[in-house]
Design a protein around this ligand. Sequence first.
Ligand SMILES: [Zn+2]
Length: 187
Amino acid sequence: MAGIHPRLSVIRTGVEHDPDGLAASFEAAHPRVLALDAGGQILDWISWQDATCLYVRDAVIWTLGDPCLRIHGGTSRLTGEQSVIDLHPIVAARGHARHRHRSPTPPLTNTALFSRDAMLCMYCGNQFTRNHLTRDHVLPTSKGGRDIWENVVSACIACNSRKGNRNPQQARMPLLAIPYRPAGSST
Ligand SMILES: [Zn+2]
């Protein structure tokens, strides 16, 4: 993505020019986008350039709000058309937005998993002590599911055995929350 920024230009900010509001026009010319991770957790404010990178990398999963900025990219040699990206004020990104203050993801241990899910079973919603919680693979490992944060939830023993070797749809046991990769803690 390194070479793309110089070719980008802002043509519309969605904010009317206000000769008296220098701060406002600065904000309009340098808008920032709030980046969330796939689980809806706030990552950070990012620049419109970094936000554009997420769109270009096809890393935007969903957006909130009306487009606030239109970015014109390069012109295709094949079609002669200029690429256009409409930025939204809030974007949820696959993986992590680059952010130097971010700690690495904590290791996937049962203790960290149960703590992420607040000691709740993600199927029945009841709270348990850690002795009664298990690590459930949303897509079972026997079906190709991976042992990663995005594919594991806390489940009570009863729900885990009831779900068995099936995914939530097959078991008709909808997840109460979408598993996500938690931010690292400083401890
Ligand atoms: Zn349960």
